[in-house]
Every structure is written in structure tokens, then in C-alpha cells.
Design a binder for this molecule. Structure first.
Ligand SMILES: [Zn+2]
Length: 806
């Protein structure tokens, strides 16, 4: 059972003045387990408490130097008879298993060079798989850390290394942190280091990714420095830690993790071959996001997990803003509007939706908290903060934020604390705003209406105050004017704009559904691609995503828009978002199985005509990826493999090459020997994943059976499970997948029970069948959920999937 709110509150009231002395022994990195010895020093107000430690073997516990027989249930060590009111020292020595699923001390051996990496990236409930601790956010403690490992390695952690001799690394004691912010990464990392603002900085990656890290090092370093300097202009508090390392780690379950002093990223963010402008911009956004957490999350930490959103919304908002303002990556908001915000609207209409800021009691335990790392907490919260900044003004917003950070530095705080600080900094009623925007679920609709005089009128259907831009377009989609309006109970007549098309929220400042009148909808349908402002164009595409999902627009109508307006679209991120939408939810959720091949063909045709209409190399790459996923022309695709480039002249970098291989396998045009030949060409971890995906994609019963067998292996890694699932599910050949949809529904609860939260995310979200489920399968999914036997994290994800099936 994961920690409950009640237990956490009792324990944080009871134990104080906590510090950890953590000693990890990674020398036997080929064995089953690593050594973990932790001395917890604290003062307790009652004689008994517990510390978390998962799956410990050879456990030895002593209190103030005396060995004790402590009860242990596999997750918690119960401590009794502790001295009250004076510092006590509890030493916990154990061996803990390495893991292959990212949740714990993740071990990965690189097939390129046989080098091994062991890293603990952490997040909720993972610290307890690495060291004995009070695993909750509001018990913060200093950490003195030492690690023994292969002397050839480099070990990176939260604090600076103060000594490293004979395979033993000792780190500077950290400021007060909560356990989930601990990090250690050990292996023969390739590093780029420098000094900035008087601090040591570094970027690190696996040795086999040295060329990729060196390729991007200048930009990664510049982005880091620029973001760092920009935060220094926004925040009064100085950067709170003693170093700033960043590491691309294998097997990471998240995009990245904001661990102080050593931020970790999934190493897919360091792509082999080509890195596109879109990828560079998205990566800069993640860098800025994680850095924002140094203040928001790490310096000031939430009290309990109900304020996950406060962390994530703030970092998400700052990530898009600072990557653009501070590091010069223009157009980051296009990605937010085109990919993240649409996901938030979907999430906000599921049964599982929750207020951006739930009450603590609505997050009764850590497993429930885990499921709130969702589109509400990130993208909707980000959108609400953007609306708040629009409504308050930037100066008052930053004044309030800074007062909050200074008041609670190295401590814990809640939403009420932040709202109080903002309220004091602004003449507006921030408390009322927070009630309307943060304490309620759902969103408003902004409708355009028009009377006989043809003057457009904006009407709000809902309860929230909005401030946003509205743009007027002529019949050709050209911008006539933009103005900022406040919309609440009273409708707003846009006088002077009679007869013009209007786009409310044309810069995306608010979070609301749009409903256009016939005049505006007609101009959008005909001229969407001609709308010059990229953010307005993105808002209109997102509106189309919403309409096709809610069946206000039929799939054929959506594909008409794609065919008409994808050609000529200059923004690669928007091209990718439209293709992802068409080949994701539109194909697998909104399209009957029998019509799936026709949808795929229409998308392929749109990619071809768009390719013929552009010379922009970044757009060409985005469209080529779309074509590689949809083309039925096996001989052309085989020609790409033979030439190492497409007929449009795009080099097949490893990612594009494996996508092409997967499509050929799916078409039955590449057999096991052909896939093996590709794997021989690319003997990397990514090559293994590409091969697993392609093998699973072959359109035969045997191939599908083998894919499911791969996914069912007891120690299958998170990445292999996901890659095989990508190949296995084939929306164009649902019949071949039927037996494995059934097997997936039957077996997943036990898999998730065994593997934990991070793996559940892979199973329930990334690997959920990307095919139309039959009515019987939907019923089975619903029955399984109703039985109560599905573990918490999987249950939440499956309920969401059930809602999305429509
Ligand atoms: Zn974050």
C-alpha cells in the first residue's frame, strides 16, 4: 500500500530535524542487487514510526548503534521504542534489486560497447527503492551521500563531488530536500562541462552517444546558460544549489526529472542522426521547464501531492515562456496550443477530471497522486496560469511569486500560500479568480453569434472571467484587426467588425472551447491555411481537433481540412501535430475499423501533395515522417532503404530509417531476415527497439504471437514493452490483433501489480491497443474495472481510455 495522506500528516508532525547519510555500493553492477546503507538522524515526538524501503534483502537495522529486530513487510520498517524528544540515529543496511523498468536503480547495458549504466532518476515512491527514508514531500532533510562504484566510472548526484578516489565518490551535503528529489547516475558517461555564474555545469550522456552530445553541446550549453541568466532576472532568490548537471539517461519513465543539481532527461531527447528545429525547440522547452523547478518545487516544495499542479503548471508555463523569451526559441507556444492544450480539453471531459488544484483529501494516497501527473496538472494548469498572467499583468504576477518563494525558501507551501502572495501583490481579486479557475473542473465555451446587422457578438457559456485576443479576418482569411476583450457575464459586441469572420482567443490566452458562427466557420474551412499568424492558425487547428473528437465535424470533413490546408503549412511543429492527430485519435478512435485503410491513404495523399508544395527542409522532414507511416508503395520505401535517402532527398537517419522499416514490415514487404539485416546495421539500443517494433508489425499470426510473448516476459524492459506494442497494434488489420487485445486486457492488471507505477504508465497509456476495440472488448474492459481488481494507476489510465473510446 502506498503512503496515505493521514499517515503523512501524522509523520510530518512527529519527526523533525531529519538528515540522511546515504552510502550506496554499486560495485557489483553485474549482480542482482546493490548495497544501500542509510543513517537517518531525527527527533521524534512519539516512540514509534516507520521508514519506507522496498524489497530489501539482508536487512540489518540498528538504533543508536544497537541492533534491533524491526518488523518489515517488504515496504515498511516499523521502528518502536525510540527515545522521544532527543535526536536518534537509525541505521538501515540492506541489499536492493536493480530494475529494468526505470522505477528504482535502473540498470542498462549498452549493446554498442557493453558498458553498463546504473541510475536512480526517482519520482514518487522511488526513493524507497534506493534508500531507507521518510518518503513524503514535507519531510525535507539534508543528504550526505557517498557511492562506491567501478573506478573507471563517473558518478553524478545532487551535490558537487568533494572527493573521488579508488572508486569512491563523496558528495557535498545537500540543502534540505525531500526524498523524491534524490538522484544518482553512475557509469562511463561522456561529459561536456563548463563554468557559468561561478558554478560548475555539465551535460552527460552514454559513451555511445558521445558524437550526438558533442554535435549538440554548443546549443545545449548556450540554452542552459541563457535560461539560467533569464531566471536570474525573473526570480529574486538566487539559484539554490551548488552545481547544475544535466544528463541524458537510458530507461527514464518521464520526459525529464528536475532533481536538484543533476537534472535527468530521457535519452531520446538526444536523437541520433538528425535533430530537427522542432526537436531542438521542444528540448529547450524541457530544459527551461526543469530549471523552473529549481525554485518552484525544489526550493519551495508542496506539502502534499494535491499541489502537484502547482509544481507542474508553473514549470510548464515557464518552460514555454523562457525557452522563447530567454533562449530565443521562437514559436514554442505553437507546440503548447497544438499538442498539449488539446490533450487537456480531452482530459477535462473524462470522468477522472479534477480541479487543477484539488483538495488534499481528494488525493488520499501516493498512488492516486501518481495518476494526477496528467494533462490537467500540466497543460490545463499552464493554460490557467497564462490566463492569470494575462488578467493580472506580468509585474504583479512576478511580485507575488517572488514573495512566495522568499517566504517559503527550503520549506513547504500550498496553493493558499501562493494565492495569498499574489492577492497581496495585486489590486484584483485573486482569491475569487482561483475559486473559478482552479477549484472547479471543466471549461467554458466562447461562442460567436451574429444578429441581423452582421456584427459579431461574443458570448460566454460558463462561469469564468476571461481576457483574450480576438481577431477579425476577411473573406480570404487575411487579418483585419485584433483587440483584447474581457468576457464574463455580459456579452461583448465587436462593433466595427460587421460581416467579418472572427476568431476568439486568437493568441490562445484563455482555456475554452470555441463555437464559431457560420460566417467565421466558412472562412476557416476555406482559408485556414492562409491565416498568416501562426498562433491563430494553431488555435484554429486545435478547434478542428476538438470538433472531430466531439463529432461536431465528421472524419471526412477533418480530412478535407488536412488535404486543403496541410500543403503550404510552413510550421513543422504544426505539420507534425496535424499528422499525429490524424494518425492517432482520428484513425484509432473516431474511424470504424473497416474505414481505417482509406483514412491512411488520404493522409498519405495529403503528405505527397504537401511535399510537392514545399522546399522548406524542416517541413519536408515532418511530411516525410508522415509518408513513412502511411505509404503503401513498398517498392518506393525499399528504394529509400537501398539509397539511404528518400526520393525527395531526405537522408534516412536512424529514426526515419526504423520508421520506414516498420512500415515495410507492416505491409508484409520485409521479413524477419530483412529486419535482422537492419538490426545488424544498427547495433545500438535504439536499433534493438526498432527491430522489436518492426518484428511485431509483421502482418502474420505468428509475428503477433511472438510480439505478445516478448511483452509477456517477466523482466521485459519498459522500452522494449512499448516498442513491441507500437508494432503489434495495427489499426488497418484489427482482426490480427483481436486475440492480443484480449490477452492485454486479461494480463495487464497482474503485470502492473508486479511492476509498479512507472511500468503501469507504459502499459496503460503508451501501450494501450491503438486499434478500434470491439463492443465485447469494451465491455470486458468496463467489467474488469468494475471488479475492483485493477491496480490504482492502471485503473485510472484504463478508465480514461474507456472514456476516449467514446
Ligand atoms: Zn515538471
Amino acid at each position: 500500500m502506498s503512503l496515505t495522506l493521514t499517515e503523512a500528516r501524522a509523520r510530518s508532525a512527529q519527526v523533525t530535524d531529519v538528515s540522511y547519510d546515504i552510502d550506496l555500493d554499486l560495485r557489483d553492477h553485474a549482480g542482482e542487487t546493490f548495497g544501500s546503507t542509510t543513517t537517518l538522524t531525527f527527533t521524534t515526538a512519539a516512540p514509534s514510526t516507520f521508514v519506507e524501503l522496498t524489497d530489501a534483502r539482508d536487512l540489518v537495522v540498528s538504533v543508536d548503534g544497537r541492533a534491533v529486530e524491526a518488523a518489515y513487510d517488504g515496504r515498511r520498517i516499523t521502528l518502536e521504542g525510540l527515545p522521544v524528544g532527543t535526536p536518534v540515529s537509525v541505521r538501515v543496511e540492506a541489499r536492493l534489486p536493480y530494475v529494468s523498468d526505470g522505477d528504482g536503480m535502473h540498470r542498462m547495458t549498452d549493446p554498442v560497447d557493453g558498458e553498463t549504466y546504473v541510475s536512480a532518476y526517482l519520482s514518487l515512491d522511488i526513493a524507497q527503492r534506493v534508500f531507507a527514508c521518510f518518503d513524503q514531500p514535507d519531510v525535507k532533510a539534508t543528504m550526505a551521500v557517498a557511492v562506491s562504484a567501478d573506478p573507471r566510472w563517473q558518478v553524478i548526484g545532487n551535490g558537487r563531488v568533494t572527493s573521488s578516489e579508488d572508486g569512491r565518490w563523496v558528495f557535498a551535503t545537500t540543502p534540505r530536500l525531500c526524498p523524491s528529489l534524490f538522484v544518482v547516475c553512475a557509469g562511463p558517461w561522456h561529459s561536456v562541462t563548463w563554468e557559468h555564474a561561478g558554478l560548475p555545469f555539465g551535460w552527460h550522456a552514454r559513451a555511445s552517444l558521445a558524437a550526438e552530445l558533442d554535435r549538440d553541446a554548443d546549443e545545449l550549453r548556450r540554452t542552459t546558460d541563457d535560461c539560467f541568466d533569464h531566471y536570474a532576472t525573473l526570480f529574486d532568490e538566487p539559484y539554490p544549489f551548488d552545481s547544475y548537471d544535466q544528463l541524458f539517461g537510458p530507461g527514464h519513465n518521464w520526459g525529464a526529472m528536475e532533481t536538484p543539481g543533476c537534472v535527468t532527461y530521457r535519452d531520446e531527447l538526444l536523437p541520433r542522426g538528425r535533430v530537427t528545429d522542432d526537436q531542438r525547440s521542444r528540448r529547450a522547452t524541457v530544459i527551461a521547464h526543469e530549471m523552473a523547478h529549481m525554485w518552484f518545487g525544489n526550493l519551495v516544495t508542496m506539502r502534499w501531492w494535491e499541489d502537484t499542479w502547482l509544481n507542474e503548471s508553473f514549470a510548464d508555463y515557464m518552460g514555454y515562456r523562457v525557452a522563447a523569451e530567454g533562449a530565443g526559441f521562437g514559436g514554442t507556444l505553437v507546440v503548447h496550443e497544438a499538442t498539449r492544450k488539446p490533450a487537456a480539453y480531452v482530459a477535462d471531459e473524462r470522468r477522472s477530471t479534477h480541479p487543477v488544484a484539488p483538495a488534499p483529501e481528494d488525493v488520499p494516497d501516493v498512488d492516486s497522486a501518481f495518476t494526477n501527473f496528467d494533462s490537467i496538472s500540466y497543460a490545463k494548469g499552464n493554460s490557467c496560469l497564462r490566463q492569470l498572467v494575462t488578467w493580472l499583468g506580468d509585474d504583479d504576477f512576478l511580485t507575488g511569486v517572488n514573495a512566495h518563494l522568499t517566504r517559503h525558501r527550503f520549506g513547504n507551501a500550498t496553493l493558499d500560500d501562493l494565492v495569498a502572495a499574489l492577492d497581496a501583490a495585486s489590486p484584483r481579486d485573486v482569491l475569487g479568480w482561483a475559486e473559478a479557475w482552479l477549484r472547479r473542473t471543466g471549461f467554458d465555451t466562447i461562442a460567436v453569434r451574429r444578429g441581423d446587422d452582421q456584427v459579431p457578438v461574443l458570448v460566454r457559456e460558463g462561469v469564468r472571467p476571461h481576457r483574450f485576443s480576438v481577431s477579425a479576418l476577411d473573406a480570404d482569411g487575411a487579418l483585419v484587426a485584433t483587440r483584447v476583450v474581457d468576457l464574463a457575464d455580459e456579452e461583448v459586441a465587436l462593433t466595427g467588425w460587421a460581416g467579418l469572420a472572427v476568431v476568439p482567443n486568437s493568441q490562445g490566452e484563455t482555456f475554452a472551447r470555441l463555437r464559431l458562427d457560420a460566417t467565421s466557420a466558412d472562412v476557416v474551412a476555406r482559408r485556414l491555411g492562409s491565416v498568416e499568424d501562426e498562433l491563430t492558425r494553431t488555435v484554429l487547428w486545435a478547434h478542428a481537433f476538438d470538433e472531430v473528437r466531439t463529432r461536431a465535424l465528421p472524419v471526412s470533413g477533418f480530412l478535407d481540412l488536412v488535404e486543403r490546408h496541410l500543403p503550404g503549412e510552413p510550421r513543422p511543429a504544426l505539420v507534425s501535430a496535424v499528422l499525429d492527430r490524424a494518425l492517432g485519435p482520428v484513425l484509432t478512435r473516431s474511424t470504424p475499423a473497416a474505414e481505417a485503410p482509406a483514412v491512411v491513404d488520404r493522409v498519405a495523399a495529403a503528405c505527397r501533395s504537401a511535399l510537392a508544395a514545399t522546399a522548406d527542409d524542416q517541413v519536408v522532414i515532418a511530411l516525410t515522417r508522415g509518408l513513412a507511416a502511411t505509404s503503401r508503395d513498398a517498392s518506393a520505401l525499399l528504394g529509400w532503404l537501398a539509397a539511404g535517402r528518400t526520393d525527395a532527398g531526405v537522408d534516412l537517419d536512424p529514426g526515419l530509417r526504423w520508421s520506414t522499416v516498420a512500415r515495410l514490415a507492416r505491409l508484409g514487404a520485409l521479413d524477419e531476415a530483412g529486419i535482422e539485416a537492419e538490426r545488424q546495421r544498427d547495433q545500438t539500443f535504439a536499433g534493438e527497439l526498432g527491430a522489436a517494433r518492426a518484428l511485431a508489425a509483421r502482418p502474420s499470426a505468428e509475428a503477433k504471437a511472438a510480439a505478445w510473448a516478448t511483452m509477456s516476459a517477466p523482466d521485459v524492459s519498459n522500452r522494449v514493452f512499448e516498442a513491441a506494442a507500437q508494432g503489434l497494434w495495427d489499426p488497418e488489420r484489427v482482426g490480427l490483433c483481436t486475440a492480443y487485445v484480449d490477452a492485454y486486457l486479461a494480463d495487464s492488471p497482474a503485470i502492473c501489480e508486479r511492476r509498479g507505477q512507472g511500468f503501469s504508465l507504459v502499459v496503460g497509456r503508451n501501450a494501450f491497443p491503438a486499434v478500434q476495440l470491439s463492443p465485447a472488448q469494451r465491455q470486458r474492459l468496463a467489467d474488469s474495472l468494475a471488479s475492483g481488481s485493477v491496480p490504482t494507476v492502471l485503473s485510472r489510465l484504463w478508465n480514461d481510455q474507456l472514456d476516449d473510446l467514446g
